[in-house]
Design a protein around this ligand. Structure first.
Ligand SMILES: NC(=O)C1=CN([C@@H]2O[C@H](COP(=O)(O)OP(=O)(O)OC[C@H]3O[C@@H](n4cnc5c(N)ncnc54)[C@H](OP(=O)(O)O)[C@@H]3O)[C@@H](O)[C@H]2O)C=CC1
Ligand SMILES: O=C(O)CCC(=O)C(=O)O
Ligand SMILES: [Mg+2]
Length: 740
């Protein structure tokens, strides 16, 4: 019998799991469904990758690899919660914590010298950044706001900052020398093997990457971001932000684009703090300070210096901050700027949050201010400027009346930019990079490059593209909603993709459907206009826009992407059910540790579980699973209409209390249905117990708040401590224990 796999991840979702999973297990058990857990947390991934450093009893299986294999089978039924996509500083912190706990995993060798160090670094590089999603996503993405969620937002609109037509907020993006403008793209005519080679000005050749297997019909792109053009652009933006009196902010995806974007982030830091780096560059070199890791890491590492030298550098940093444009802040109270940590400001969440907040970000005084949002590469930056322009002209959106924008996203098999990490290179010297066909020796694409340029190659296979087109058509048909393919005829890669859309669409049953192709900027304008009028439009997009749009629209429409239904129909027939499109919200953990109040909203988990149970029912001919799913959906609707989501404030309902309400409503729905009398019989007494004990349970849960929590770690907390912290109601635990 197949199982439902529930993932153990990090931070707030991992905490929430401690309280929600026992409920899920008790309920699912009544229909003989086994819920198994798989550890894909950052610490779990580290431990699984270094068995030879660990004692026998410390070793753990590589659960991510197991799930990755499972995802390629029709049996897969995986509920995937958000996990940390670690930046280098996060990875180093996690390693440090594990070592302190007696797990002797190696340190991260940032400049490996020996063969062994290179091997260790390669293994860590597999763990860092977005290391989980690409492995599990063996299908394309279908993300949408379910009806009850939209209805809830209409009834209880979240706050939306007003927009002024005089807002100075804008996006700054490159007009030449960036990935978009240098892109070349080809579609493979047959299966073959490619290589990426570099030739310097002396004619010396070296292999950057060989053995790249490509299939017939696969689209392959190559492009580069010129360091010179980037630096010139950044210098101009820093100066301009100061003149314009707006905040300076940079929005990247240093987590997911784990090779290119930390380098770009490092350049931003070096340009903003150019005087600091020109004065103390050599000291930094000695201390192994890397601009890519951010200002916080720099300030930490200079602590090793003698006091006087350290103070001089701190003084110089302070002067740069005073002389430069004001930086947008991540946390004004603590003085954490946009440039402190590369993973603090992540574009998919940060730009929508800014747009929702009147186009403003926080300044050093903790006040909201207009900002220059620097998004160096121009491939997708235009959608945000178009949204800002729309809000300046028409004012903020109104959640009570606006439509919805579901997304069908191309992402299977490491599609496009998100699969480029092993083919991204920071160029060492002037020369040429070529993509060649190993069999014929033919050069498919080539670029002149200079020292520091970031060159990359991306791939997308034909089968995922066909599947994506099919999925778009089936969503458009199922909902009778117009769909727009966000593809840019001015971009080399998109032109190849458009050829496929034009070729495969006629093979689909697309008659009578409104399907169009528009450039991202045009698509944004058309979609926003309809959205404002209360009309729905499906966005059909590539992988990066999938990521951006599935935060942008949900955050505007329903206040957060955590409430999205996020389904990945796996290409081999299994199902991957992601929870929300949001991440793991580190600040939620901070609040929990300080005040014993967790405000993680598990709506994404509830929605994912319902579709997973439904899928289970079909796959295993288990009608009881379908009843559980149906009643869970009813419970979720009641949960929403009674407003049982966690509050932000200590002393009010938190994640644990919200889980209790879900269990209560779910039991009531199961007791109230008449399709499965066995389930009815089981849940009638449970519902009665919940009715009579609700007050006690809620009080027990409330009593647990208001004090500091010790969970014995951040990346690898102590399981018994988190379980104790997240399950403080004995009454509730006993009832759950008694079910079935
Ligand atoms: N699929 C995945 O595995 C993903 C993982 N990540 C990872 O998550 C971490 C944080 O990323 P970040 O970009 O800050 O994005 P997050 O989505 O974690 O946070 C953005 C904001 O969204 C709100 N939010 C999101 N989900 C919930 C929820 N369930 N309950 C309540 N509020 C929620 C919070 O805003 P507010 O406080 O205003 O309520 C939060 O601060 C990183 O480590 C990143 O790598 C990020 C995206 C996806
Ligand atoms: O994998 C990641 O790092 C983030 C994924 C993400 O943001 C998304 O899929 O929406
Ligand atoms: Mg995202």
């Amino acid at each position: 019998m197949s199982k439902i796999m529930y993932t153990l991840t990090d931070e707030a979702p991992a905490l929430a799991t401690q309280s929600l999973l026992p409920i899920i297990k008790s309920f699912a058990g009544t229909a003989n469904i086994e819920i198994a857990t798989k550890d894909i947390s950052l610490s779990g991934r580290i431990l699984a990758n270094f068995p030879e450093f660990l004692r026998e009893d410390q070793r753990i299986p590589d659960d991510l690899a197991v799930l990755g294999e499972l995802a390629k089978t029709p049996e897969a039924n995986i509920i995937k919660l958000p996990n940390i996509s670690a930046s280098i500083p996060q990875l180093e912190e996690a390693i440090e914590e594990l070592r302190k706990k007696g797990y002797p995993v190696p340190k991260y060798p940032d400049k490996p010298k020996t063969e062994q160090e290179r091997n260790i670094k390669a293994r860590y590089d597999k763990v860092k950044g977005s290391a989980v999603n690409p492995v599990l996503r063996e299908g394309n993405s279908d993300r949408r706001a379910p009806k009850p969620i939209k209805n809830y937002a209409k009834m209880h609109p979240h706050s939306m900052g007003a927009w002024s037509s005089t807002s100075k907020t804008h996006v700054a993006t490159m007009s030449q020398g960036d990935f978009r403008n240098n892109e070349k793209s080809v579609t493979m005519e047959k299966n073959t093997v490619l290589a990426v080679e570099f030739e310097n000005t002396k004619g010396e050749k070296s292999l950057l990457k060989g053995d790249i297997l490509v299939k017939e019909g696969e689209i392959v792109d190559a492009t580069l971001l010129s360091k010179e053009a980037l630096l010139e652009f950044l210098r101009k933006q820093v100066a301009e932000a100061r003149e314009q009196g707006v905040l300076f902010s940079v929005h990247l995806k240093a987590t997911m684009m784990k090779v290119s974007d930390p380098i770009i982030f490092g350049h931003v830091l070096k340009v903003y703090f150019s005087e600091v780096f020109s004065k103390y560059g050599e000291v930094f070199e000695k201390l192994r300070i890397k601009a890519n890791d951010g200002l916080e890491s720099l300030l930490e590492k200079i602590q090793q210096l003698p006091e006087k030298e350290r103070q001089q550098i701190e003084q110089s940093v302070q002067e740069s901050l005073e002389n430069g444009p004001q930086l947008a802040m991540v946390n004004s109270d603590k003085g954490i700027t946009n440039l402190h940590v590369p993973s603090d400001v992540i574009i998919d969440a940060s730009m929508p949050a800014m747009i929702r907040t009147s186009g403003k970000m926080y300044n050093q005084e903790g006040k909201l201010q207009d900002t220059k949002a620097v998004i160096p590469d121009s491939s997708y930056a235009g959608i945000y400027q178009a949204t800002i322009d729309f809000c300046k002209e028409h004012g903020a959106f109104d959640p009570r009346t606006m439509g919805t924008v579901p997304n069908v996203g191309l992402m299977a098999q490491k599609a496009e930019e998100y699969g480029s990490h092993d083919k991204t290179f920071e160029i060492r010297e002037k020369g040429v990079v070529r993509v060649t066909d190993t069999y014929t020796g033919q050069t498919l694409m080539q670029h002149d490059v200079s020292e520091g340029d970031i060159w990359r190659m991306c791939q997308v296979k034909d089968q995922p593209v066909r599947n994506w087109i099919s999925l778009a058509v089936s969503r458009a048909r199922a909902t009778q909603t117009p769909a727009i393919f966000w593809l840019d005829r001015e971009r080399a890669h998109d032109r190849e993709l458009i050829r496929k859309v034009e070729k495969y669409l006629p093979e689909e049953n697309a008659q009578g459907l409104d399907l169009q192709i528009m450039s991202p900027v045009e698509a944004t304008k058309a979609t926003l206009k309809r959205l404002k009028e209360g009309k729905d439009t499906i966005s059909v997009s590539g992988n990066v826009l999938r990521d951006y749009l599935t935060d942008l629209f949900p955050i505007l429409e329903v206040g957060t992407s955590a409430k999205m239904l996020s389904i990945v129909p796996l290409m081999e027939g299994g199902g991957l059910f992601e929870t929300g499109a949001g991440g793991s919200a580190p600040k939620h953990v901070e609040q929990f540790l300080e005040e014993g109040h967790l405000r993680w909203d598990s709506l994404g988990e509830f929605l994912a579980l319902a579709v997973s149970l439904e899928f289970y029912s079909e796959k295993n001919s288990n009608p009881a699973a379908s009843i559980l799913a149906e009643c869970l959906d009813t419970a979720t609707e009641d949960f929403l209409s009674d407003n049982r989501s966690p509050s932000r404030k200590v002393g009010e309902l938190d994640t644990r209390g919200s889980h209790f309400y879900l269990a209560w409503y779910w039991a009531k729905a199961l007791a109230g249905q008449n399709k499965d009398l066995k389930l009815k019989q089981i849940f009638e007494p449970v519902a009665q117990l919940f009715d009579s004990k609700a007050e006690t349970i809620l009080q027990e849960l409330l009593d647990a708040q208001g004090k500091k929590q010790d969970i014995g770690g951040y990346y690898k907390p102590d399981p018994s401590l988190i379980s104790k912290a997240m399950r403080p109601s004995k009454t509730l635990n006993d009832i759950l224990e008694s079910i079935g």
